[in-house]
Design a protein around this ligand. Structure first.
Ligand SMILES: [Zn+2]
Length: 413
């Protein structure tokens, strides 16, 4: 199985599928079509049924049930695009067989080294087969490892019909890295009761909590007058903006928070005397605290409006996504089964909140509860990205075990 995973991931990695937030097509880039079409052919070749790609580049396929039991349909998803943070063109994956625990020379000419002194977690991988970059690109294991793992698990189930299972759906989706992954995802056509994104990091990761997220744009209007004759007349919008920001709690910012702590993050400030705009994102795991944060923004704005006039401060605030826990808690078996699958395979589940969003956060609110499971990768989105093939095998086994458990837990004929 290791060879198949290496072959698949390296083949997918060589296609540049970086997404592009400035494009308004879906997928946002042509390379994602190239990969989508390759995956369609491959799904057909391994024997999957109902293989489709829609006009927006969403690839779907079915592994039909091989039991008469009424097992709920479950799905597995991975995204085809790679991060915008670092180049994904001309990726040359390198294989490190039985890693010795020392420095890995990624690029001799450029002296780029992947070292346990910078990345102590490398010590967990002694003896593993690793796939790394050549130091000049990202690897794209986020999330092509997920695609390789789902594909390999489906092929295994097709070749082992003695493993009984319900209907399984798989989907490979575009533009996750630019936040659009689920925007055109056809939940009804997918037709699963539960799904899993296979898009996490190291071994054991199991995630079903994400931030609640909103953004706020606050515009301050000043009154510009020649500074020599401005006394009692000039209103400097930059100073209104600074006064606004000073009302926010200084410690509730990304650089001061971790774990379950929420924050206000000032993303950008643009302005001059006449007009200034502050752009914030607001994040919290707790829905009540999230609503309270938005109320705080509105209260500060109201206070300044009272002081300087309503017309001086305009506020536009909108929600972006919500904590999927709210949608998953009522169907907790979707998480419990993944937990049990890992335990059965001797993998210790690592449950932690995602300080961000996943496709699953949006999908869960679209009616498809979707926690996230590990791929086995580390250091996503940069030149030091790598993945353990040994742990990729474990991810494949977790997918197979989840499929088995759904069948075993169904008692209705
Ligand atoms: Zn990802």
């Amino acid at each position: 199985m290791k060879q198949e995973l290496i072959e698949r991931l390296t083949r997918y990695a060589k296609i540049d599928t970086q997404s592009d937030p400035t494009s308004d097509t879906c997928p946002s880039t042509e390379g994602q079509w190239t990969l989508a079409n390759m995956l369609v052919e491959e799904l057909k070749a391994i024997g999957m049924e109902e293989v489709t790609v829609d006009e927006n580049g969403y690839v779907m396929a079915t592994l039909p049930a091989n039991t008469d039991k009424e097992v709920p349909t479950i799905g597995f998803l991975a995204h085809m695009d790679t991060a915008t943070d670092f180049t994904g063109a001309n990726v040359h994956p390198q294989i490190v067989e039985s890693y010795d625990g020392g420095d890995i020379l990624l690029n001799k000419d450029l002296h780029i080294v992947l070292s346990p002194s910078d990345f102590p977690e490398l010590s967990h991988y002694k003896g593993h087969t690793l796939i790394t970059t050549d130091g000049t690109t990202l690897l794209g294991a986020d999330n092509k490892a997920g695609i390789a793992e789902i594909m390999t698990a489906m092929e295994y189930l097709i070749k082992h019909p003695e493993i009984k299972h319900g209907k399984v759906r798989v989907a490979f989706t575009p533009d996750e890295e630019i936040g659009r992954g689920p925007h055109k995802f056809d939940v009804a056509a997918f037709g699963a009761k539960y799904a899993y994104t296979v898009d996490g990091g190291p071994l054991g990761e199991l995630e079903y909590e994400s931030f609640n997220a909103a953004q706020a744009k606050i515009t301050f209007k000043g009154k510009n007058v020649h500074p020599g004759s401005a006394k009692g007349k000039m209103i400097n919008s930059l100073k209104l903006a600074m006064e606004f920001h000073a009302h926010l709690p200084a410690n509730e910012a990304p650089e001061h928070t971790e774990g379950y702590e929420g924050f206000y993050h000032l993303l950008s400030c643009q302005g001059d005397v006449e007009q200034t705009t502050l752009h914030y994102i607001i994040r919290d795991f707790d829905r009540g605290a999230f609503e309270a944060r938005k109320a705080t923004i509105e209260e500060i704005a109201a206070k300044l409006q009272e002081k300087y006039g309503n017309e001086r401060i305009q506020i536009e605030m909108s929600d972006q996504y919500y904590n999927m826990r709210e949608k998953i808690e009522s169907v907790k078996e979707v998480v419990d089964i993944a937990y049990e699958a890992m335990k059965n395979l001797g993998i210790e589940p690592v449950i932690k909140p995602i300080r961000g969003g996943t496709d699953g956060s949006q999908l869960s609110y679209m009616g498809l509860p979707t926690p996230n499971i590990f791929t086995g990768g580390e250091n996503f989105h940069g030149r030091y990205e790598y993945i353990s093939v040994d742990n990729m095998v474990k991810a494949v086994n977790v997918i197979i075990e989840i499929v088995k458990l759904f069948e075993q837990k169904t008692t209705t004929e």
